[in-house]
Design a protein around this ligand. Structure first.
Ligand SMILES: Nc1ncnc2c1ncn2[C@@H]1O[C@H](COP(=O)(O)OP(=O)(O)O)[C@@H](O)[C@H]1O
Ligand SMILES: CC(=O)OP(=O)(O)O
Ligand SMILES: [Mg+2]
Length: 427
């Protein structure tokens, strides 16, 4: 397996610690690109390998691996159950060992490790991991109890296993620094809000950033003139309103719990529900993730709610398949409830963005948005009244299409309905 030394000796590892998954890609800088020849802050990269571990909250975990370049590795693995992967940390260790044993890439050639970190507080851009930034991210862990703690565990494992590479944190919240004040502000005492940083931050920003670029390119429009309603529907689910290339609203809030329900998350509830659910709801617990302190209420609403609570499964594919059958009332409720909440955001954001005159497209993405033709169809059916459309045959065939962006509307004029295969690692 001969690999040109100069093209693969400056590797970039990109790690995406999601709530139920760990996705890792390895990139090399594009050798044809000269940084001095461009003023752009982005540099093209070539994907070498990509791996994904899912089911981390419903063990056994499943490992997938593929090399994008033939001479790197002949291995291709599709969802193999791996008992030794128990969590994000052991998943990362497994991946690095796999890379060493089954590809010609060498650990010593990894120069940069980019970590997706969900909550970055006021950080407007990426930061190099140092003692100070590590502790800042740690201090935000109780605002993203399913995410920041796990990302830090992976960062620590990485510093141990690949000590010569620098680690850089890229935040989900960065994309939403453009939220208008009236959107990000909660109607509470502003001196408390400001001193404690209690405002809407919004998440899934790396995904929205990727989707915005990909969709703008697909529509042949400049990013700064692209206006979209985008759904990122995965174990954590959100909707974002993008006006002229900037996030102007997003359904997640101070934490990723707000907005849509998810695999184990309740999504928005009347805040008073917490006081009535159980009288021990505000007791501090240490169970969510090591090193994170949260209350019982946060634990219940983050880890024991969502479709796990409604239908007894965290797998939305099962829910989508069973919904509508009289034999499966729980799955039917979970499916219809998600659609109801999504429609609420689409309607609201469509109006906020200026309706049919301004919106370029409605975009589905994330594990569910990209794979559930049934969910897309059920949503678009109810969005026809505002001008969106769906071609059922194209919708069913999305999985067979290779392109990053797939049109499922079948119209040639007006607002598009699109599916975008998001890639947070590449951002
Ligand atoms: N064919 C499918 N139909 C509907 N949902 C699916 C399908 N395949 C996977 N999913 C769902 O996608 C979700 C995972 O989405 P993903 O965005 O990859 O995860 P994460 O939120 O952890 O990053 C899971 O809830 C899974 O059930
Ligand atoms: C922010 C968030 O919910 O991320 P994920 O969907 O990866 O869990
Ligand atoms: Mg994700």
């Amino acid at each position: 397996m001969a690999v040109k030394e100069n093209s693969h000796d400056k590797l970039i590892l990109s790690v995406n610690a999601g709530s139920s998954s760990l996705k890792i890609s390895v990139f090399a800088p594009d050798p044809a690109y000269s940084s001095s020849a461009s003023n752009s802050d982005t540099q093209p990269v070539t994907l070498l390998v990509t791996a994904s571990i899912d089911g981390l909250t419903t063990l056994p975990a499943r490992f997938s691996f593929a090399a994008a370049v033939l001479d790197i590795s002949s291995k291709k693995i599709k969802k193999e159950e791996v008992d030794e992967i128990k969590d994000h940390e052991s998943g990362f260790q497994y991946f690095v060992r796999f890379l060493t044993e089954h590809t010609c890439l060498e650990k010593r050639h990894i120069r940069h490790v980019c970590h997706r970190v969900v909550h970055g507080g006021d950080y407007p851009g990426p930061v190099l991991i140092s003692c100070e930034s590590y502790h800042h991210i740690e201090s935000l862990s109780d605002l993203a109890p399913l995410h920041n703690g796990r990302a830090l565990i992976v960062i620590e494992a990485c510093l141990k296993i690949i000590p010569d590479a620098d680690s850089i944190a890229f935040f989900d919240s960065m994309f939403h620094v453009s939220l208008p004040n009236c959107v990000s502000t909660y109607a509470i005492d502003q001196s408390v809000a400001v001193s404690k940083g209690l405002r809407k931050y919004g998440f899934h920003g790396l995904s929205y950033s990727y989707i915005l670029r990909a969709v703008a390119a697909h529509l042949n429009k400049p990013i700064e003139k692209t206006t979209l309603v985008v759904m990122h529907l995965g174990s954590g689910a959100s909707v974002c309103a993008i006006r002229d290339g900037k996030s102007v609203d997003v359904s997640m809030g101070l934490t990723p719990l707000d907005g849509l329900p998810g695999a184990t998350r309740s999504g928005e509830v009347d805040p008073s529900l917490i006081f009535h659910y159980t009288n021990s709801a505000s007791r501090i617990s240490r169970r969510a993730a090591e090193s994170v302190e949260i209350t019982d209420a946060e634990e219940i609403l983050n880890k024991h709610s969502g479709w796990k609570a409604l239908a007894g499964t965290e797998d939305f594919a099962v829910i989508a398949e069973r919904a509508g059958s009289v034999d499966y009332p729980k799955e039917t409720l979970a499916f219809e409830l998600l659609i109801d909440r999504i429609l609420g955001y689409i309607g609201s954001y469509f109006l906020k963005l200026g309706g049919v005159a301004r919106v370029d497209a409605l975009v589905f993405s994330g594990g569910i948005g990209e794979r559930s033709a049934r969910l897309r169809s059920a949503i678009i059916e109810r969005c026809k009244c505002v001008g969106f459309n769906i071609n059922e045959k194209t919708n069913e065939e999305v999985e067979n299409k290779e392109s990053v962006v797939v049109e499922i509307d079948g119209c040639h004029e007006g607002m598009k309905t699109l599916v975008c295969r998001t890639d947070e690692q590449v951002v």
